[in-house]
Design a protein around this ligand. Structure first.
Ligand SMILES: CC(C)(COP(=O)(O)OP(=O)(O)OC[C@H]1O[C@@H](n2cnc3c(N)ncnc32)[C@H](O)[C@@H]1OP(=O)(O)O)[C@@H](O)C(=O)NCCC(=O)NCCS
Length: 308
């Protein structure tokens, strides 16, 4: 495109190319992501929130590992915006999305603060949504005004999410029975459960998550459920056939928390989680949206921010 008076963004867009992501973009994309989210979190931070810290070396490595995994499973959903017409410059924006069966999800999306509001995000999102085709979609959305504008214009419904924060009062922890440590041979029924809750199984994402987190399952096939618990003792993804099983899994998670904890991604459809959190003497807060298009909000379910 050539710069013209009719299009004020044309000059900026000319020097930025949107193209499929490659493995050798990962380090530069990670730097762009760390800067973008540091800036976004600082600008939307509430006074009661802790100071925003730059991303740690360990978190940067995890980001690169996760995006390398996405690139290996479904490269068609991974897009970057790079400086320079040759397409070999620094990454200034990224939209990493994935198709799993009938479902599309957006794993992460950002444009460097210095390059925002110039139409780059629109082009990246367009490429990621082309990959979705007519599939229903889901992702966890920030409160950023440019992001939420883009999502609603693309037809997503934005459902506000709550979070429970605080230190668990351990005297409230009930005795939880019927749960076991999960293994790879649980993935088949877990995928069937996911299909009922969010139209598609997590497929290969289970292998990735089991490699990095603890899996706890309820193998009662009349009432199945599972939760991935991260290294801080937080529920990273929870799915169940019935709210009662979901509550057991959440109690098990809260029992393994240390110090201040967080239960994230709670929609009003998932008030079973609020009820557990209140009993454990955690406080209700509000944070971002779950965005869905062509599907209901999953329940009983706490979405993974990364794998939805
Ligand atoms: C969300 C984001 C990727 C959009 O990228 P971008 O390059 O700024 O997007 P665009 O320039 O294509 O603008 C998107 C739309 O929002 C508008 N917009 C952009 N920044 C805005 C802002 N700060 N306030 C209000 N509207 C804004 C644009 O006008 C445009 O709308 P239009 O096409 O109808 O005119 C980018 O702003 C970003 O990285 N934000 C911080 C990280 C984040 O929150 N990511 C989303 C995680 S879910």
């Amino acid at each position: 495109m050539h710069p013209s008076r009719a299009d004020p963004y044309a000059e900026a867009m000319d020097s930025v190319q949107v193209r499929p992501m490659r493995e050798d973009d990962l380090a530069s994309a990670e730097r762009a992501s760390a800067l973008t989210f540091f800036d976004a979190e600082r600008s939307t931070r509430r006074v009661s929130d802790p100071e925003v810290e730059p991303r740690s070396a360990n978190a940067s490595k995890q980001w690169i590992d996760r995006m390398r995994f996405c690139l290996s499973v479904d490269p068609g959903g991974c897009w970057v915006a790079v400086k320079g017409d040759s397409g070999s410059g620094d990454v200034v924006g990224f939209a990493i999305s994935q198709n799993r069966g009938r479902l599309w999800f957006l794993a992460t999306y950002g444009v460097l603060p210095s390059h925002q509001a110039q139409g780059i995000g629109k082009r990246l999102m367009g490429a990621a949504l082309d990959h979705a085709g007519s599939r229903p979609g889901i992702f966890s959305s920030s409160v950023h005004a440019g992001a939420t504008r883009r999502y609603r214009l693309a037809g997503f419904s934005l459902h506000p999410q709550m979070r429970m924060v605080g230190t668990v009062d351990r005297s409230t922890l009930p005795v939880v029975d019927g749960l076991r440590e999960g293994r790879a041979d649980d993935f088949e029924w877990m995928d069937r459960l996911d299909q009922g809750l969010r139209l598609a199984g997590h497929g290969p994402d289970h292998g990735y998550m089991l490699g990095t987190m603890r899996l706890v399952v309820c193998r009662d096939m009349a009432n199945p459920g599972y939760v991935y618990i991260d290294g801080h003792g937080r529920a990273s993804l929870l799915a169940a056939a019935h709210p009662e099983i979901a509550q057991k899994l959440l109690w098990e998670t809260l029992a393994s928390s240390r110090g201040r904890t967080l239960v994230n991604c709670i929609t009003t459809q998932n008030e079973w989680a609020i009820d557990v959190g209140l009993e454990a003497r955690l406080d209700i807060g509000q944070e971002g949206y779950i965005a869905v298009r062509g599907m209901p909000v999953p329940a009983p379910y706490l979405a993974s921010g990364h794998f939805l």
